[in-house]
Ligand binder design. Structure first.
Ligand SMILES: [Zn+2]
Length: 153
């Protein structure tokens, strides 16, 4: 009787320890995504043109040195990157407003208003970008394939 109770409580302790490990793993998994950029703050100024970042749908960021630079537009990011190397860029998904690494982003270059007038927006979903490209007489490409002269400061 006593033996049985002891092994039951040993099992309970083991199960509790497993639960702690599981929670720790989940937390570690979340923390592991910390190598992405900090959120872009609405109203902060663009590292390229100095204008306030008002429309987060077009905001972009990249790491230069140990600092994140935020831009009001893809145009400014492209222009700034042409003059100074840095880490990979992150673009805002036009639909969800989540930041995407440039390798996962489709860039629409079309005839529609964007903060610096370049007509550039980023999408996680290629089909969404393609359908807007048809509507705006544009084309879908990757950030790396855009011409370097995205905007003039
Ligand atoms: Zn700008």
């Amino acid at each position: 009787m006593r033996e049985g109770r002891r092994s039951t409580s040993a099992f309970a302790a083991f199960a509790a320890a497993l639960a702690v490990v599981a929670v720790a793993l989940v937390l570690a998994g979340c923390a592991g995504r910390g190598d992405g950029p900090p959120p872009i703050v609405k109203g902060s100024s663009c590292a390229r043109c100095g204008m306030a970042i008002e429309d987060l749908k077009f905001a972009t960021t990249r790491e230069v040195g140990a600092k994140w630079r935020a831009y009001d537009s893809i145009e400014c990011l492209v222009a700034d990157r042409a003059g100074q190397e840095g880490g990979p860029a992150w673009l805002t998904d036009y639909e969800s407003k989540r930041l995407l690494p440039e390798s996962a982003a489709w860039v629409l270059h079309g005839d529609f208003p964007s903060p610096m007038g370049g007509g550039l927006a980023a999408f996680a979903d290629r089909a969404a970008a393609e359908s807007l490209a048809v509507a705006t007489h544009g084309a879908v490409t990757r950030l790396a394939e855009l011409p370097p002269a995205g905007s003039t400061p």
